[in-house]
Write a protein that binds this ligand. Sequence first.
Ligand code: GLU
Length: 283
Amino acid sequence: MAASIVTRFAPSPTGFLHLGHAMSALYAWRRAREAGGRFLLRLEDIDAARCRPEYADAILEDLAWLGLDWDEPVRVQSAHMAEYRGVLDALAARGLLYPCFCTRAAIAREVAAIGNAPHGADGPLYPGTCRRLPAGERAARIARGEVYALRLDTAAALAATGPLTAEEEGEGAFRIDPAPLFGDAVLARKDTPASYHLCVTHDDAVQGVTLVTRGIDLKPATHLHRLLQALMGWPVPRWRHHMLLTGPDGRRLAKRDRAVALRALRAAGRSPAEVRAMAGFPD
Ligand code: GLU
C-alpha cells in the first residue's frame, strides 16, 4: 500500500483569496482526497504588519464556500513562535547563523558600490559584510543594543550537509543550489522574528506534509527549504510546483486584482462549481 499522502494549502492572510489561490488549494485538496490522504490548512501570519485577522476569517469562509474541507486543526503560525525560536537556537548553537547589523539602505549602498553585484531570487545578494565581523565586535554591538537580523551562513551550512537534491514530482530529482538564489538568507529579523523559509519548513515537518504543492514562483525557495531540512534532520517531502493562473493580460493574478477575488465572484452571482471550473477544476 502506498504511504498516505499529506498535502497542505498555506496562504498568508494579507488579502482576500483569488482564483490563483483557489487553483492552488483545489490542487492540494484533490491530491489528498483522491488518495485517501489528509489535506491541511495553515495560516502563515508571521508578518504582523501585513496580516489581518479579518483576512484569516475570510480565507476559511471562502474555502468552505468553494466546497473544500480540511483536516483539523488549522495551524496558525503566530501561535508557534517559541518553536521557531528553538530552530534558530539549534542552528546558532552549531555556528550556522550570524548577526547582521546592516540596514536595508546600507546594503543597497554597498551593492551599488560593487557595481555588477550578483542578483538572486529576491534581488541583489547580500555581500556578506557582517559574516566577516570579528566575534568581539559582534558581541559589543549586541551589548550596545544595536538591532540585527540573523543570517544563515550558507557556505558553512552546505559544507555541513554535503550535496543535496530535491524530488520534483513527475520530473525527478534536481540539484540544490541555494547560494546563487538567496546568498546568506535572513532567517529572523526584529519585525519578523522567524522568516517564511524557516516557518514553512518547520511546519511542513511537524505537520507530516509528504507532498508540498505550490506555485512555480516558489520553486527557488525550495532550494533553501531543502537545505534547512537537511540541517535539522527533518523528513523530506516531494514537491509539485504548478503553473500560475494569469489574467487576460497574461500577467499572473495578484491580490490587488479585485475582480478575481473569490468574494467578488460570489457577490457577482457565480456558484462554487463555476468558480472551481474557472480555477481549472471543473466537476
Ligand atoms: N504562505 C505562502 C504564500 O502565501 C505560501 C507558502 C508555501 O506554499 O510554501 O505565498
